[in-house]
Structure formats: C-alpha cells, structure tokens
Write a protein that binds this ligand. Structure first.
Ligand code: TRP
Ligand code: ZN
Length: 876
C-alpha cells in the first residue's frame, strides 16, 4: 500500500535517535520557485540507541546534501517520496541541504504557498516536510535562525518566528531580514511570510516589564478592519497574566491575515497566521458573533504560546494536550469578558450537536486517539471540544486554586519540552495530592458516557435518593471492557416553593457529587417535601444524562433553578420532548397537538423582564435536529424537520402579539457598540423577528424589510436579509443583487451572501448553488468559499441536502472528488458530512452509502478522504 496510507499507532511511539541542537535556514524567494538552504546540528539521543535518522521530505527537489561539509553521493542514502534515511551516522554531525520548492502551484495550502500578493506557510501538523528535509515530529525541538532573501519591491515584508535581528539591502534590488527564535520549538511551529502587506502596530508592556511590538498584517484594502483584533490581542495578553500568571516571552508578536487558509488560525511562535475571517471586523461588515469569534480566536492562538509552544506535544496522539487545554483557556477568556452563562450554553449546544454526533459516528475516537492514518483528520471536535471538557473536569474537581497549582507544576516540569496527556494529569494530581488514576479513562475511552438517573422520595423517612448508573456508550471500542468513569455531577434540590435545600450537615445548597462506580446512590436527609432536583448543573461533565422528568418539573426548573445553564437546559428539554412527540405521532400517522403548558412556559420565558435578554434568546432557540438525532436510529430526517417546523408555526400563531412587543422593546436607539447589553438585546430582538417571519405574513415581511434598510449595524442587516431571502419575500432577488454590487470586492461579506443563498429551503437551491459556483467570487481553491457555499448547502440546508431524489448526496460526492485533487484537507472535512448516515432510515442510508462508495472507488484518492470513507463503509 502507498506509504502515505499506513495506519500509525500510539503504542509504536519511539523517541528520536537524534536531537537537533540548532537550525539555520535561508530562503531565496522568487515568483517561480523558492530555494531553501538548511544547516542543522544533530546530536545523538543517548536514551535511544540508534545511529540512523529519518528526515521527512515530500515534494522537494533535492539539490544538495552534505554531512560535515562532505557531499553525500546518492547511493549513500535511501530516498523515497516520503523522505531520506541516513544510516551509520556519527554521534554528532552537521547536515547541510539545499532544495527547490514550488509554492505558486501549491493548492493544498500546506507547506509554503501563495495567497494573493504574498507567500506564507502552514506547517502544523506535517507541512514542514514540504519545505525542507527535517525530522518533522513534535518531540524534536530546536532554536531556529531564519534568513529570508527576496526582491525588495515585490516582497517588502519578510517575516519569520522570534525577533528580527538584522535586515538590509542586497544587490539586484533584493533585500533580506534575519530572525532568531531563541525558544526551542518543533518544526510544526515554523512560519514564514514574504510579500506585499500593510500593517498596524501597537506596543504592550508585559507584567515582567518587557516591551512587545504588536503588529497585524493584511492586504491593504483590509487594513481598516484590524483594530478590533489588535484590542483583542491586548485583552488576551492582559488576561493570561491576570488569570494564569503567564506573560509573553519575545519582543515581537506578529499576526498575518490571509483569505486562503484551511482552518481558523495557527499559533506559530511569534508569527501567528490567521484566516481573515478571524481578524477582520468592522461595524458595517461583521456581526456581533463575528466580533466575539475574532476575540476568541485571537485569544486561542495567543494562549497557545504557553499551552502548545512553551510546552508542546510529544506526538500527535497527544494533540488534545495543547488543543483541549487551549480551548478551555479561550472559553474561560470569553466567559470572563462576555457572559459566562451564554458562553457555556453555546459551547454545550455545539458539543451536543456536533461532538456527540462525532462520538456516535464511524469516526468516533477517544480524546487521545490510539491510531490514525492521516493526522489532519484528527483535528476534531473530540480532540478540541471534548478535550476542553476534560480539562474543565479538573477545574470542577480541584477548583480554580487547585487547578492553577496544577498548571504551575505542569509548567515547572515541562517548560521547554514535549509532554503527554499523562504528564498533565500527573501534574494536576501531584500538585493537589489527589488520586486521578481513574481520570485516565477520559483520555482512553471513546464515546459519550451515559448516565441513567432514578430518584425516590421517601416521605416517611424524609429522604431523597438519587441513583446514578453509568452505561457504556453503544460504540465502545478497544480491547478490554468499558469501565466506569470519574464523573463530577454538580447538583441542587429545590423545595416546592423554589427554595434550595440544604444537602448536608454543613448546609451546602450545591454539591459536586463524584461518580466513580457503575452504580451509586446519593441519599439526602431531612427533606420535608418531595423536591425537584437540578442535576449536572453548568453541564459539569460531558455525558448524556437520562432521567424521567415531567413537563411540570421542567417548567419548575425553568422558573426556579439558580443555575442559569440548567434553566436554559430545562427549556431546551421541554422543546425537544414536544418535537419528538409530534415526530412520533407523525410516523404513526396519529394526531398530536401542542400542549398548553408548553405555550404557557414559552410565553413566560418571552415576557421575562428580569433575566438577561441573551439568556432568553438562547432559551427561545429550539434544539438543532443534530442534537436530537445522535442517540436515535432509523431517523426520517425530513419528517423530524417537519415536526420542528410545526412547533415553530404553532409558537408564532399563538404568541405573535408577544413576539412583536418583545421585538419592539429590544430595539436599541443608542449608537451601535459591541457590548454585552446591546449584543443581548439584538439577539433577543432578532430571535423574535425570526419567529415572526416563520409565520409567512406580509406585514412581518415589511418589518424585516424595514430592519434591513434602517439597520445601523451588520447583525441586524444580515438577520433581515437572511429571513427575507429564506422566506423568498418578493423583492429578495433585488436585495441580493444590490448586496452583491455593493460588496463584491469583500471576500468575507460575499461569503455570507453565498451562505444565505445556499441555505434557502427551496427546490431550486441546488441549481442556484451550482450557478453561484460559476461566479468569479467562488473558487474550489478557496476554503472559505467552499465552506460558505458547498459546506452551508450540505451541512445546514437539511431539506435540500437530504432531498429524496439523492441529488444533494450526488452533489457532495462530485465536489469531494474534484476538491481532493486540489486540497485533500478540505475535501476530507466535506466528506465528513456523510458521517451521520447510520442514524437515518434505510433508504437515506443507502443513498448516502452509494455516494460514498463512488468516492471510495476513485483512483489516487488522498489518505485524508480515504480514511474517512473507508471507516464509514467498513463499519456500516
Ligand atoms: N493549531 C491550530 C489551532 O488550533 C489549528 C491547526 C491545525 C491548523 N492544523 C492546521 C490551522 C492546519 C491551519 C491549517 O489553533
Ligand atoms: Zn489550537
């Protein structure tokens, strides 16, 4: 089999035979090609016996290779399309190499590639091997010195990691810059940028007194949209000092924004590279959510400087060590700066819809996977989001102080080196002197743990017993049997008047009850009347909790729970119950009408004047189909969609007056600002408008038109445009046309325009999508455009993607096959949209399987796409 399609196992990890003591790189950047010269000092690793060395290298034209100054003849080493094997090496030696690469024709956006008027790199996870021969593995750390030489006029900006130590002019109109990154780092954190870019600059003085130059680079036409990102960077630096005691460690912090990027952003040491989507943000072109996302991603990459860069990963199986931890840190950053409850609700909503689905899919894997074929396929929701939940578990169990003690010990032990998930767990346990043995299961067991609850109130004994039973997830993998996990359940009990009960002798009204056994019973004494329990408050563990709960109890919790998250969750559960009841009735062709208590509690929510409007907006947002289907089999997705639509219609018909009045009350007349008060009001107002528009009435369409034309901000404008377009209000085509004319030179704004159209719930949408693909603003080579058009159609337009004629599946298969030739990483992301196929009833499943089979049979498929379809088809 093709060597790039081999499965790699975690258990096969071997330490490197050689360390790299220093790397010197020189880049001669030209339009047609780039020459890369390397000088690397190697030293044998005495803890691993071996005097051979494998240098990864892919798509490189080797010009020269010498050891200690002596050119090696070709027969002196073994060269394949994956790299070079050197044997019989001395204990210490210097290797010099020279290669030629072709960045301008690199469409995979990995290694060195071109974006508009500049060249840039993306090395994580294994892109450095497309730049030069090197032991491209995260446990080999070295200080890098980088010299970049290029034409001064065409490439005025030349950046790399660390601090710039010199620069100057050369002959023939060329110039150079030289960079030193003193912090030893693995090759995946290398970065280089060369070309024409504008920038803004500020300075920040760290708590240690270091003055740092902060710069953000973009193409000139975007330079006026970088100020918010700059402020976010400053906020991140300050927050990490205040909450974690961590300060920045170089004299420069550079960020470069590009329109051509496979993911969100990359934490390269001292030289972050960002998707423009997470840098550019201005009032007339960014939604409130866009602003919050920019702040979160800027924070995320900045926080990696300690969790990822100063302490990195031993191997890629440990990816969650940096990603789970850094997501946890960015979540806390957003929670501290914005609304904690809203952030928690949104994160859990996402986890339940997407990560739980991944956990139930053929791609299910543990937070620390045991094997992979293509590592890029494991930058997953499980590694990132569930990984963050696992870090949050330590925080829940140890408290802020204990958690920070663990962090300090972790840095003390591992700063400047490559660590494992076990190292992190040990630091948390040792710093707090607690036993976290069982916690290992959070890293090793795949699937979503299931917890069943049974409650008994004994009126005579005045006790309330809560029995918890842990059950293995249905798709448990691995050799041994599934084992019970260590699960903290945060809980409270309320008396019938809504007062919290004291739960123990100390009088605590909230407890963290730790599950460790497959079955455990918590008994609360002195309970005078049958209580209502609030379990798994703030979503204290990433599990599915199953309990019998009546609509009356849910309504009670919606009113009385002190935990804002669980108040929301109660509303959410009640909504899911109603949609499911309607769906089941439809399946059996029975009737089911919406119970009065539901509308009553919905009205109560809507008219609640005391709660944060942002929380109300969350509570009024019905559960996604994804979050409802991931425990089910045989789902008729179109019918389930219909059941949800029915509930929406019912709500609008019954509560139109209330919705309209809340809409009007939350209209802000203040000048626009992205502060939590305004953001909250806008989200509630726009949620109301969303409901009102689903009723399909003319005067509501007029309301949306008014909002579109009068809005002083992009959130309101975009919400109105989306609703008008999705309802196909007469005149919507004209609005879309005007919008295009106004914004055709702004890629991010045009991408939103593409998404709005891709998600129209109408028969001709696929046709429209195919037409939009012909426009010059769309290119299969641009990941943002692909995600905005193809991704939105297949991932967010349920009725059209799942159209009963199978046209949606055929379309996705065609696009995956075409894209795989250009950009395997993005093709693999797209093909993953088939991964939930096993939840659907047999006809749907069959049609999706056929489309995957067609992809599977393509010759020369990338390892990326192959791994995913192969898993799906083999496990079906
Ligand atoms: N490490 C990056 C982050 O989470 C993400 C990343 C991984 C990435 N692989 C990538 C970004 C490839 C771009 C391309 O912040
Ligand atoms: Zn990250």
């Amino acid at each position: 089999m093709n060597p790039s399609k081999q499965v790699i196992y975690r258990k096969d990890y071997q330490p490197p035979h050689y360390w790299v003591r220093s790397v010197d790189l020189a880049f001669l950047v030209n339009q047609q090609d780039t020459i890369v010269k390397a000088r690397m000092v190697f030293e044998q690793n005495h803890e691993a016996s071996g005097n051979d060395l494998f240098l990864n290298g892919v798509d490189l034209d080797l010009i020269h290779l010498a050891i200690d100054g002596t050119e090696l003849p070709e027969k002196a080493y073994e060269k394949t399309n994956q790299g070079i094997l050197l044997t019989d090496l001395p204990a210490d030696f210097t290797l010099t190499t020279e290669v030629r690469i072709f960045p301008a024709s690199n469409t995979a956006l990995e290694g060195l590639y071109q974006s508009g008027a500049f060249f840039l790199t993306q090395c994580e996870a294994e892109g450095f091997r497309k730049i030069t021969y090197y032991p491209d593995r995260p446990d080999v750390l070295a200080p890098f010195t980088v010299t970049i030489i290029a034409d001064k006029e065409k490439y005025p900006v030349l950046l790399s990691n660390g601090n710039q130590i010199s620069s100057g002019d050369l002959a023939d109109g060329r110039h150079y810059t030289k960079w030193l990154d003193p912090h030893p780092k693995p090759s995946y954190l290398f970065a280089l940028v060369a070309g024409t870019l504008a920038h803004i600059e500020q300075s920040f003085t760290t708590s240690e007194g270091r003055e740092v130059a902060l710069r953000i680079f973009t193409e000139k036409n975007n330079i006026d949209a970088c100020d918010f990102a700059m402020q976010s960077l400053i906020n991140s630096m300050r927050w990490d000092e205040e909450r974690f005691g961590l300060a920045y460690d170089l004299d420069e912090y550079n960020i470069v924004a590009t329109d051509d990027f496979n993911m969100g952003a990359m934490e390269n040491k001292g030289l972050n590279i960002f998707n423009t989507k997470y840098v550019l943000a201005k009032q007339d072109t960014a939604t409130d959510q866009d602003f919050i996302n920019v702040e979160a991603v800027i924070g995320h990459e900045y926080f990696h400087n300690w969790t990822g860069n100063r302490v990195t990963c031993r191997d890629w199986f440990q990816l969650s060590l940096k990603e789970g931890l850094t997501v946890f840190r960015d979540q806390e950053f957003t929670a501290d700066l914005q609304s904690r409850a809203v952030k928690r609700i949104e994160d859990v909503r996402y986890l339940r819809a997407a990560q739980f689905a991944e956990d139930a899919s053929p791609m299910s894997h543990s937070v620390r996977p045991d094997s992979y074929m293509e590592i890029n396929n494991f930058y997953t929701l499980t590694v990132y989001e569930k990984g963050a939940e696992v870090v949050r578990l330590y925080h829940t169990l140890l408290g802020e102080e204990g958690f920070q003690k663990g962090m300090q010990l972790y840095f003390k032990r591992h700063d400047g080196s490559a660590a494992s998930c076990n190292d992190f767990r040990r630091a948390m346990a040792d710093a707090n002197d607690v036993d976290l043995q069982q916690f290992e299961l959070w890293y090793s067991q795949n699937g979503t743990p299931q917890v069943y609850v049974n409650e008994i109130y004994d009126a005579k004994a005045k006790t309330h017993s809560i029995e918890f039973r842990q059950l293995a997830p249905p798709n448990h993998q691995g050799d041994g049997p599934w084992q019970a996990m260590h699960i903290p359940v945060k809980l409270a009990l309320y008396d019938p008047s809504g007062q919290p009960l004291s739960l123990n002798e100390q009088g605590d009204e909230q407890l963290i009850y730790e599950l460790r056994e497959a079955q455990q019973i918590l008994v609360i004494r002195g309970v005078e009347q049958e209580p209502v329990s609030s379990l798994l408050q703030s979503f204290s563990a990433p599990v599915m909790l199953f309990r019998q709960i009546t609509p009356q109890q849910l309504a009670f919790l919606m009113k009385h729970d002190r935990d804002e998250f669980n108040r929301w969750d109660a509303a959410h559960q009640m909504q899911a119950q109603i949609i499911m009841a309607r769906y089941k009735a439809m399946l059996q062709e029975k009737s089911y009408s919406c119970p009065d208590y539901f509308l009553e509690s919905f009205r109560h929510l809507l008219l609640d004047q005391h709660s944060d409007p942002a929380l109300i907006a969350e509570a009024l947002t019905l559960p996604s189909l994804k979050s409802m289907t991931n425990q089910l089999k045989d789902v008729n997705i179109l019918l389930l969609h219909e059941a949800k639509e029915w509930l929406v219609k019912h709500i609008v018909q019954s509560l139109e007056v209330e919705l309209l009045s809340v809409y009007n009350q939350n209209f802000s007349t203040e000048p626009y600002a992205v502060n939590s008060t305004q953001v909250a009001k806008r989200s509630l107002k726009n949620r109301c408008l969303w409901y009102l528009m689903q009723g399909g009435k003319k005067d509501m369409a007029r309301l949306a038109m008014e909002q579109y034309h009068q809005a002083n901000n992009y959130t309101d404008r975009m919400t109105a445009l989306t609703l008008i377009t999705h309802q196909q209000v007469p005149g919507f085509e004209d609005l879309l046309g005007e919008y295009f004319t106004e914004w055709q030179n702004n890629a991010l704004v045009i991408n939103k325009w593409l998404s709005v159209q891709a998600t129209i719930p109408s028969e001709d949408t696929l046709h429209r999508v195919k037409q939009l693909m012909e426009l010059p603003v769309f290119s299969l080579k641009n990941p943002n455009a692909v995600r905005s058009l193809i991704g939105a159609f297949c991932g967010a337009n349920v009725t059209r993607f799942h159209a009963s004629d199978g046209s949606g599946y055929q379309f996705l298969a065609d696009q995956v096959i075409a894209l795989d030739q250009l950009n395997p990483q993005i093709a693999a992301r797209l093909v993953s949209l088939f991964n939930d196929f096993k939840q659907f009833h047999s006809e749907t499943q069959e049609a999706m399987r056929e489309a995957m089979q067609r992809i599977h049979s393509v010759q020369g498929l990338s390892a990326n796409v192959f791994e995913i379809v192969n898993k799906a088809l083999n496990q079906a």
